[in-house]
Design a protein around this ligand. Structure first.
Ligand code: DGJ
Length: 725
């Protein structure tokens, strides 16, 4: 299932799932050309005529007469059958380009190949491996394709092989290119910066090259490694849409190009800037994996594929099935933590129903502010005279602990950099290109994890790489990628040694939300922006690709520490439950009625936790589809019997026309109840929940009431009462 190969005058490779087809054909010159990516078409069809686009006068042609410029190489190099940049470049050490790659056969393997040192997705149907070889040099290229047919997902990566005795240079090795044809498309990317992560950038794909990239080295704040291309009018439920994501957190580049024939091509991979890999004799080089989905069901179709995909085939299983309701010490106390204070905080947290205490920054030697201490991974005996276990014993909470493994406060440590190395946030980046540096950090972390009952770690990284230089590597062009491999090596060592450890990845908030870290982690701390209003936007944007269980989200104190906004506890809860759900405030500072409300909220979350973390999540109104003031989403249990719907209003509007919030994905013929009211599925989908103007003087205590004033929210729980009406 998922792969069909037709050999003959025109060999073709057809990769397909329930609702997509992806077809590669071979030219008479033995070049691979991507001829189709779109809705499913039966493999019995002959795709060879797609090669026969009419040539353009004065343009380049294959010897067979096929027009280069109108065809999209599957994995092409500039200067051969591609007069665009191409997906890879290979050179001799004398900088002579190697252009003569031709098809050399294929294989189908049942076990998905491991990408040696890189994170990758698991499972899938069979994997197709197509091999290209250089006619002149002992070089081969293996292209890997794994289909997840139920989810309409295709995973690609490539391997460069040097089977000879000299070295070659790889100045560019993208993970994959995609020919999307001549549609009128929008591109959606997520740019950002600290406390402004996942800002939506939706715009028309215009002629020329649009590049979205990241060169920060450590984090991916600038552009997240996610890209969607969809019909201009695509909504959450309709329209052709493609979703792309790199399983990588290093420097990356995503290029969307609409060419002179109006055809759109996309490619994603390691950023070629600052990158040149030396391929030594008998060595191989793997590109990171790139995941794509095609759907006819709009942006929601992308999420419907990616959410179960990330949960089932990538994200490392939680040590516990569900994420814990945690309390994090950061916004509660920042660096001012101690055994006594955390025990008091934890006891109260436990009373309110919280399950885990995460000791954030500040627990280790010489860490009183952000000016020193990184790298000292030893418990501060003054703040914690009895170690950490006592906190667990006294509070009854499980323990989580913050680390920033890649960083040091000491310039004399083995750091990345040359000359005067910039001190950013008073710290330096350790040279993770050096495996012995990785090993020594691992050993220090093990000492803590072996001694204390830590179930969960938050892995942070708070500065980018500057003055990129390492004393230990052969070629500085390998630095960024080797650094990233070092990060993955540490993560791998940790999860192997502590299979019960859960990791939340973080980089100054949401700088490491790319899929790569999910091979080791179950969640990402999406942003240090904890204001409920700002958070809806961030969480909804991230949810295009990431499931709710992976979106780190907390209720914090008001006025909010980032924007000084006051929002109700209810709104903060209504936002945070659409994520991992935790608290990042001092429960002792809550007023009595607030503490009662928090207790209720936690009970509420626990009773719907399974649905919130594993149900089907759908955005109803979000920035992705042009909404700016009222946002809404829903989650439905697997058996479709319980639905949670939330709507948020940023600013109250006078004489507002109200809206009808139409649900989706529910049983059309079932009857759903909420309080005393009854609705059929069809009613909820076509007529919708009436959200009325409740700011006209009389607040209506009925379903549809949004609360009062600015920054309000409503949460509805519908239960299926009967399967048909
Ligand atoms: C940045 C993180 O995003 C915060 O949540 C917190 O852990 C700080 N670092 C601690 O230094």
């Amino acid at each position: 299932m998922g792969i069909q190969i037709k050999e003959g005058a025109c060999t073709s490779f057809h990769l397909f799932g329930r609702a997509f087809s992806y077809v590669i054909a071979l030219t008479p010159e033995q070049q691979l050309v991507q001829v189709y990516y779109g809705p499913f078409v039966h493999p019995s069809n002959d795709f060879s005529e797609l090669l026969k686009a009419s040539p353009v006068g004065f343009s380049l042609q294959f010897e067979s007469g096929l027009p280069y410029e109108k065809l999209s190489p599957e994995y092409g190099t500039f200067g051969k059958h591609h007069l665009k940049e191409g997906a890879f470049t290979l050179m001799t050490p004398q900088h002579v380009g190697i252009y003569d790659f031709v098809y050399d056969g294929y294989d189908i393997v049942t076990e998905k190949p491991d990408l040696e040192g890189l994170p990758s997705t698991r499972g899938g149907d069979e994997t197709l491996v197509i091999t290209l070889k250089s006619v002149s040099e002992p070089l081969a290229l293996d292209l890997f394709y794994t289909v997840y047919s139920d989810l309409n997902i295709l995973a690609k990566s490539s391997r460069f092989r040097n089977t000879g005795e000299k070295s070659y240079m790889i100045p560019m090795a993208m993970s994959g290119a995609y020919a999307l044809g001549a549609g009128k498309y929008d591109a959606l990317t997520f740019d950002g910066r600290w406390i402004k992560e996942f800002s939506l950038n939706r715009h028309e794909v215009h002629r020329g090259r649009q590049v979205y990239d990241n060169l920060l080295g450590v984090s991916t704040h600038a552009y997240q490694p996610y890209l969607a291309i969809c019909d201009r009018l695509a909504s959450e439920t309709h329209g052709h849409a493609f979703g792309f994501a790199l399983v990588y957190n290093g420097n990356h580049q995503m290029v969307v190009e609409k060419d002179i024939f109006e055809a759109t091509e996309v490619k994603l991979g390691i950023h070629p800037h600052g990158f040149t890999w030396q391929l030594s004799p008998n060595e191989v080089f793997y590109t990171p994996e790139v995941i794509s989905v095609f759907t006819e069901k709009g942006l929601g179709g992308i999420s419907d594929a990616f959410h179960p995909f990330v949960l089932n085939y990538l994200s490392r299983g939680l040590a516990f099935e569900h994420s814990r309701v945690l309390v994090n010490s950061w916004e509660a106390m920042y660096f001012d933590i101690s055994e006594e204070k955390l025990i008091q905080l934890g006891k109260q947290a436990h009373k309110l129903g919280m399950e885990m205490l995460v000791i954030d920054d500040g627990w280790f030697l010489n860490r009183h502010d952000d000016k020193s201490g990184l790298g000292n991974w030893l418990v501060d005996p003054v703040k914690f005279p009895n170690g950490l276990e006592v906190i667990q014993k006294e509070t009854g909470l499980e323990l989580g602990l913050w680390f920033e493994p890649e960083m040091t406060s000491d310039v004399n440590d083995p750091i990345i950099g040359t000359g005067h190395v910039t001190k950013s946030r008073n710290q330096y980046v350790l040279d993770f290109t050096n495996p012995s540096v990785v090993k020594s950090v691992f050993t220090k972390m093990c000492a803590i994890l072996d001694e204390y009952p830590i179930r969960w770690i938050k892995w942070d990284a708070n500065r980018p790489i500057t003055e990129p230089y390492s004393t230990t590597i052969r070629h500085q062009g390998e630095l960024y990628h080797r650094y990233q491999l070092g990060v993955y090596q540490l993560a791998q060592l940790l999860v192997e040694r502590y299979p019960d450890l859960t990791i939340e990845s973080c980089s100054a908030g949401g700088g490491r939300a790319g899929l790569g870290m999910f091979a080791y982690a179950s969640a990402t701390w999406l942003s240090d922006q904890t204001d409920a209003v700002e958070r809806i936007r961030i969480q909804q944007a991230a949810s295009l690709f990431l499931p709710l269980r992976s979106l780190g989200s907390h209720v914090t104190a008001c006025p909010n520490h980032q924007v000084l906004r006051n929002t109700s506890l209810k709104m903060r809860r209504d936002v945070a439950i659409f994520g991992t759900f935790g608290y990042e405030l001092n429960p002792l500072s809550l007023a009595l009625e607030e503490a009662d409300a928090v207790k209720e909220d936690i009970l509420f979350f626990k009773s719907y936790r399974d649905i919130l973390q594993y149900g089907r999540y759908m955005r109803l109104q979000s920035e992705l589809t042009g909404h700016t003031n009222e946002f809404a989403h829903m989650v439905i249990s697997k058996d479709k019997k319980t639905i949670l719907v939330a709507i948020y209003q940023v600013l109250a509007q006078s004489s507002w026309q109200g809206l009808r919030l139409k649900l989706t994905g529910i049983e059309p013929e079932a009857t759903y109840g909420i309080d005393e009211k009854r609705y059929t599925g069809l009613y909820l989908m076509h007529v919708g929940i009436s959200i009325t103007d409740c700011f006209t003087g009389a607040i209506q205590p009925v379903i549809g009431t949004l609360g009062t004033g600015d920054f309000s929210s409503a949460l509805f729980v519908f239960k299926q009462l009967s399967h048909d009406y």
